[in-house]
Design a protein around this ligand. Structure first.
Ligand code: AMP
Length: 219
């Protein structure tokens, strides 16, 4: 199974990616995670990418295309993958199609999670992360008696700097601008599926899985 997953911050994309990886036994390839690891390890890629990431800009296409090319050719991606964070430009999407053609593999579909903007703002401004184990919680998962303690490890919970209402609005605008042309690119080739991300987590997952199974069946 080869899937591209789109979803604004707070759409539940990370949660759904994890469930799909478990369901289909495929790796979650997140370009944001790959770049953050490269920055952390101070690799040549990380050193180049850091300046763009720090200013909230996109890393140039040629760097990103090279990175994904390497990943797709690796053993890790042999039996499928969920791509998260790539492509982000039509140039990247076209380069990805060329990679698929040269590797003789096919993209199953592009899944986009749709969540209303008010709900995204609510989810993000209410969520907290654990400073110790890194787990992320929404408001309903946090104890009213111990609102600052991680339910899993007891570590201190904090709100991410980019989860404030003003920053959330900006992140959403950036996401919508980025994905508009990309969604049209995939719509044209009938590979685009929009899912209602307002539903409960299990329902969103079941909807995605049932669509993927249907698309796999020969016509
Ligand atoms: P993310 O975790 O997906 O939000 O990515 C974090 C940052 O990494 C972005 O703000 C960009 O600077 C960079 N980045 C990740 N994926 C890409 C991509 N496909 N193209 C360009 N820059 C990217």
């Amino acid at each position: 199974m080869r899937i591209i997953l789109f979803g604004p911050p707070g759409s539940g994309k990370g949660t759904q990616a994890k469930l799909l990886c478990d369901e289909f036994n495929i790796p979650h390839i997140s370009t944001g995670d790959l770049l953050r690891a490269a920055v952390g390890n101070k690799t040549p890629l990380g050193i180049k990418a850091k300046q763009y990431m720090n200013t909230g800009n996109l890393v140039p296409d040629e760097i990103m295309i090279g990175l994904i090319h390497e990943v797709l050719e690796s053993e890790r991606a042999k039996n499928g993958f969920i791509l998260d964070g790539f492509p982000r430009t039509v140039n990247q999407a076209k380069a990805l199609d060329e990679m698929f053609a040269s590797l003789k593999i096919q993209l199953d579909c592009v899944i986009s999670l749709r969540v209303e903007h008010d709900e995204i703002t609510r989810r993000l401004t209410e969520r907290k992360s654990c400073s110790s184990c890194g787990r992320i919680y929404n408001a309903s998962q946090i104890s009213e008696d111990h609102p600052n303690a991680c339910p899993y490890c007891g570590g201190e919970l904090f709100q991410r700097k980019d989860d404030t209402p003003e920053t959330v609005r900006h992140r959403l605008e950036v996401y919508l601008k980025e994905t508009k042309t990309l969604k049209n690119f995939y719509r044209q080739s009938n590979r685009f599926i929009q899912i209602d991300g307002m539903q409960e987590i299990g329902k969103v997952h079941d909807t995605i899985v049932s669509i993927l199974h249907k698309r796999r069946q020969p016509a």
